[in-house]
Design a protein around this ligand. Structure first.
Ligand code: NAP
Length: 255
């Protein structure tokens, strides 16, 4: 991270006083109440970013994470928004701008995984994953493209299933392949603004999304497939988000 992206930690009361004038970078993390998103929000908070902790339904978990970040000397705010709803996503950015003066980083992390053979896939299973995993990323990118301060970052989530193409993963993999496609396109559309646009494709990671409904022997088998012979942990992925290409110090200070 360039030096200009760092800022000193301060107490909660100091944070309230300096809310409008702090020059800390502001990051929105979608789906940050649990799993990988929560680890990313926690890590960004520790690294001096002001964090908007977005959630869909888990208000208590999101508020608890905000308190944890604040108790560690950081600054955060929980904001409810269903990423599949473009109005809600615009409101998410409105809130971040009103509370913190602007947005520098968008982490398009929110996602769901519903597995089914294509022959048995219901319309609801197809539509819901497209609405959240793909349209949700479009909704975030559209606001970010218009509103992110120059020198920012946009990071979205693909998956290792793009490339593996296992049975039952068709809809989920299609949405993630779509995320990779729009990531390439947006990086070119934002030429000249010093905004990096990247996607991360984690392998199996120990969160509800991966673990829910899988018998332990299946989890153990999948864990052993990785060269490290273990599942990824949310913190492993959060570390990758921070090491994604950063804009230059010059760009990060531009408005
Ligand atoms: P998770 O533990 O199930 O957490 C999902 C998060 O997304 C929750 O905070 C949830 O909020 C939020 N969310 C769900 N629907 C939403 C919506 N419509 N609007 C806003 N937020 C919503 O999942 P995870 O494993 O951390 O996954 C995070 C990302 O990594 C996803 O994009 C996933 O596809 C990707 N990924 C995961 C793995 C893995 O093995 N875990 C592997 C590759 C890629 P609520 O709690 O409020 O519902």
């Amino acid at each position: 991270m360039p030096t200009s992206w760092l800022h000193k930690s301060f107490s909660v009361s100091d944070a309230r006083l300096t809310m409008k004038t702090s020059n800390s970078k502001v990051a929105i993390v979608t789906g940050a109440s649990r799993g990988i998103g929560a680890a990313i929000a926690r890590r960004l908070g520790t690294d001096g970013f002001t964090v908007v902790v977005n959630y869909a339904g888990s208000a208590a978990a999101a508020e608890s994470l905000v308190h944890e970040i604040e108790n560690a000397g950081g600054r955060a705010l929980a904001v409810q928004a269903d990423v599949s709803d473009p109005v809600a996503v615009a409101r998410l950015f409105d809130t971040a701008e009103k509370e913190f003066g602007g947005v520098d980083v968008l982490v398009n992390n929110a996602g769901i995984m519903l597995l089914s053979p294509i022959a048995e896939a219901s319309d609801a299973l197809i539509d819901r994953q497209i609405a959240i995993n793909l349209k949700g990323v479009f909704n975030g990118m559209r606001e970010a493209a218009k509103r992110l301060r120059n020198g920012g970052r946009i990071i979205s989530f693909s998956s290792s299933v793009v490339g593996l193409y296992q049975p039952t993963y068709a809809v989920y993999a299609a949405t993630k392949a779509g995320v990779e496609a729009v990531t390439h396109v947006l990086s070119k559309e934002l030429r000249g603004r010093n905004i990096t646009v990247n996607a991360i494709a984690p392998g199996p990671t120990a969160t509800d999304l991966f673990l829910k409904g899988k018998p332990q022997d299946v989890v153990d088998h999948i864990a052993k497939l990785a060269p490290l012979e273990r599942l990824g942990q949310p913190e492993d992925i959060a570390n990758v988000v921070l090491s994604s290409p950063a804009p230059t110090a010059h760009g990060s200070t531009a408005k």
